[in-house]
Design a protein around this ligand. Structure first.
Ligand SMILES: [Zn+2]
Length: 239
């Protein structure tokens, strides 16, 4: 498999919440996209790992990704070890993504920033010929960091997902076990968790959209400088 774009994240539903619109947009532009979830989220309060895997497969169909898989590393105990780095490197060699999306390298949940480091080191190692794993040496060309979970940082660029916002929201809702109200909440007339989800997802996408003068957007950061070919056709109005 040769992917154009691969998103790597710690938990099922992280990708939907951080860069689902970008993946969907890329798929509709004709690119082959994929998702590599590192854990099945078994430490989560709601939903069994099996339920979450089923939900993530449904979300993948909605986002039109060509490939999704779960490495089943330990949730809440994600660690950068030789074994976990090689596990990621194996998948990189197999999937050969040109561009990789990782979570931002700081954050509240340790799994999120650990996934950033694990993803980066896996991408790097995959390119070493002498690495003791099967497959041909391969290194992705570009790494983008999704900054949605760490809003203190200013993104390098945003992707306009205005036309993909509703479908991405559908993909988020595929995770019934995470977002439906619990049984005891059903008496309440207001569906608080879903209400809050809708509000927050909307607010965040609008916030980044407003930065670029579009309705909804997703933010990314790159460590390298951005290079421009045509300064006359740059988007985002200045004055
Ligand atoms: Zn997460």
């Amino acid at each position: 498999m040769k992917l154009d774009l691969l998103a790597i994240a710690a938990h099922p539903d992280d990708v939907e919440l951080t860069c689902g619109g970008t993946l969907l947009k890329a798929a509709e532009q004709g690119y082959k996209t994929g998702i590599l979830d590192l854990t099945a989220g078994e430490m989560g309060t709601r939903g069994t790992p099996e339920t979450r895997l089923k939900e993530s497969a449904k979300a993948a169909r909605i986002l039109r990704v060509a490939h999704r898989e779960n490495l089943r590393l330990p949730d809440a105990h994600l660690e950068v070890t030789k074994d976990t780095k090689l596990a990621v490197a194996r998948r990189i060699r197999d999937l050969q993504p040109h561009t990789v999306i990782l979570p931002y390298w700081e954050g509240r949940h340790p799994d999120h920033y650990t996934a950033a480091r694990l993803g980066y080191e896996g991408c790097f190692l995959a390119g070493l010929k002498q690495l003791p794993i099967e497959g041909e040496a391969f290194r992705p060309f570009k790494i983008l960091y999704s900054t949605v979970y760490f809003r203190d940082v200013r993104p390098t660029f945003v992707v306009d997902i205005s036309r993909h916002y509703n479908r991405r929201y559908e993909a988020i809702l595929a995770y019934h076990s995470q977002f439906s109200p619990k049984a005891k909440d059903k008496k309440s007339k207001v569906d608080i968790p879903l209400d809050r989800l809708h509000h927050e997802v909307n607010l965040i996408a609008r916030y980044y959209g407003q930065m670029a003068g579009v309705e909804y957007a997703e933010p990314f950061l790159v460590k390298e400088v951005m290079q421009v070919e045509d300064v006359v056709k740059l988007p985002v109005r200045s004055v």
